[in-house]
Design a binder for this molecule. Structure first.
Ligand SMILES: Cc1cc2nc3c(=O)[nH]c(=O)nc-3n(C[C@H](O)[C@H](O)[C@H](O)COP(=O)(O)OP(=O)(O)OC[C@H]3O[C@@H](n4cnc5c(N)ncnc54)[C@H](O)[C@@H]3O)c2cc1C
Length: 445
């Protein structure tokens, strides 16, 4: 099929960009290498928009949370990723989490139904010399294309490490020890909690420190971790209580198994390991914040010392991966185009946003920009006071280029609200302003 736009990569960003373009009548070729004999170190299957680690799109609170606001803005723009997430939703308190298989199948079903879109299972090794192109090959871009991008940008790609958390089979969790609850009883009993007393916690931390870790190759040795996805053993090294103030935080979690006449609802443990439902059936649960680079045998041995997980069977163990991204503030213009080759636009995590939702959001905007370009129309960015606009501005020039690191959406990217607004009301002030300004932008588009 002849096409107007070539999208390379059928992940979160590429799928969303393809949707935004094809439903506007633009002819699109979507090239995805998985299913054509290739894969990445993290993907398990061949489905479009596969979630490689957590099954969560994080908070869905559009009044007090920046990522929840981003969800809402994407819904306003008929996002494919948000639409499919709605169909694939599983319980997760105030977060939006999905069954990853249902989600990917829904994305593929919706895209396959578009007559202007051809999905081709092929690996692309070079940046096309001409023709409108969106590169959305993500943090695990295949090597030959990464080299080609390196040549075109004249810069080495930056890299850091992300880590994957383990997944446990539900029927192997001992619910006589663990219990279901959400912190402070907010949003339903959506998490499984495994309680540790002080001795158990200290022994667990020592096990992490002593445990055998995956060795890094030489090129990896000086690559920093992304703070939001740090392995637990690295956190354990930072101090005795770091884990207890991080992923093992016990506050607001009364353990009913420890109820006494004095404390009929139970007591907070010294530390907690939380698990969140990972698929619709509720058969798989992931260990929240438990990314690790411990060797597999070590993970199994150590995680089975956690009360409630003594007999745990793991559907997937933790691991580490490299993450490739561009120094976008220097290399891309305000519309995500490579300054040195403006027919090539980048979208998704390769631009230096971080997270499923952010990647899809940048794909969505890349799709809208390209649709305008095909139609010969100017495109105006969403206001910087919106989550979409704040993220785009950050990537395309407002971030500090010298220390550029992948970034989740957060209120720190937004222009500050009036200093008079009381602290408790600030988040609401950000989201109310964003909603108002997005409506203005939509009306003028
Ligand atoms: C291991 C790992 C764990 C992560 N965990 C989380 C998490 O828990 N939560 C979160 O919010 N974010 C997480 N991220 C970060 C990020 O949000 C996701 O990687 C997200 O999927 C990025 O979206 P994307 O569309 O940019 O890339 P992807 O979703 O990775 O899509 C890129 C696609 O391009 C394809 N591709 C690559 N090279 C080529 C080529 N040369 N030709 C054709 N196709 C190609 C790939 O097969 C892939 O399907 C994680 C990332 C990784 C790698």
């Amino acid at each position: 099929m002849a096409y107007d736009v070539h999208i390379i990569g059928g992940g979160m960003a590429g799928s969303e960009a393809a949707w935004q373009l094809a439903k506007r009548g633009v002819k699109v070729r979507l090239s995805e290498m998985r299913g054509g004999g290739d894969t990445t170190p993290a993907h398990q299957g061949n489905g479009l928009a596969e979630l490689v680690c957590s099954n969560s799109f994080r908070s869905d609170d559009h009044e007090n949370n920046a990522v929840g606001l981003l969800h809402q803005e994407m819904r306003e723009l008929d996002s494919l990723i948000m639409g499919a997430a709605e169909v694939a939703k599983v319980p997760a308190g105030s977060a939006l989490a999905v069954d990853r298989d249902v989600f990917s199948a829904e994305v593929e079903k919706r895209l396959s139904a578009l007559p202007n879109l051809e999905i081709v299972r092929e690996r692309i090794d070079r940046l096309p010399a001409s023709g409108l192109t969106i590169v959305a090959t993500g943090p695990l871009t295949a090597a030959a294309l990464a080299d080609s991008i390196g040549q075109a940008t004249g810069a080495d790609s930056l890299a850091f490490f992300d880590a994957i958390a383990p997944i446990v089979h539900h029927d192997t969790i001992d619910m006589d020890i663990a219990w279901k609850a959400a912190r402070w009883d907010k949003g339903g009993k959506d998490y499984i909690n495994c309680p540790l007393n002080r001795d158990q916690y200290v022994a667990f931390r020592e096990g992490l420190l002593a445990g055998e870790k995956t060795e890094f190759r030489e090129w990896e040795a000086n690559t920093p971790y992304f703070e939001g996805c740090m392995p637990i053993e690295v956190m354990a090294e930072r101090g005795e209580d770091t884990l207890r103030f991080g992923p093992m935080k016990p506050v607001g979690l009364d353990n009913p198994h420890w109820a006494t006449p004095e404390h009929p609802n139970g007591r907070w443990p010294y530390a907690v390991v939380q698990l969140r439902q990972d698929n619709k059936l509720g058969t798989l649960w992931n260990m929240v914040g438990f990314q690790t680079k411990l060797k597999y045998a070590e993970q199994v041995r150590l995680f089975r010392t956690i009360p409630g997980l003594e007999n745990a069977e793991f559907a997937r163990l933790g691991g580490l991966h490299r993450n490739t991204f561009l120094n976008s503030p220097v290399l891309l213009d305000r519309q995500l185009r490579l300054k040195s080759a403006p027919h090539v636009r980048f979208a998704g995590q390769i631009t230096g946003c971080e997270g499923y939702v952010e990647s899809a959001a940048v794909g969505l905007m890349g799709g809208l920009m390209t649709a305008a370009e095909v139609a010969g129309r100017d495109w105006t960015s969403p206001p910087r006071t919106t989550a979409l606009g704040a993220l785009l501005s950050h990537i395309t020039g407002d971030a500090e280029a010298e220390s550029y690191q992948p970034m989740n959406v957060n209120f720190g990217l937004f222009p500050p609200v009036d200093a008079e607004v009381r602290k408790k009301q600030r988040k609401l002030a950000y989201t109310q302003r964003a909603k108002h300004d997005l409506q203005g932008w939509l009306a003028s588009a």
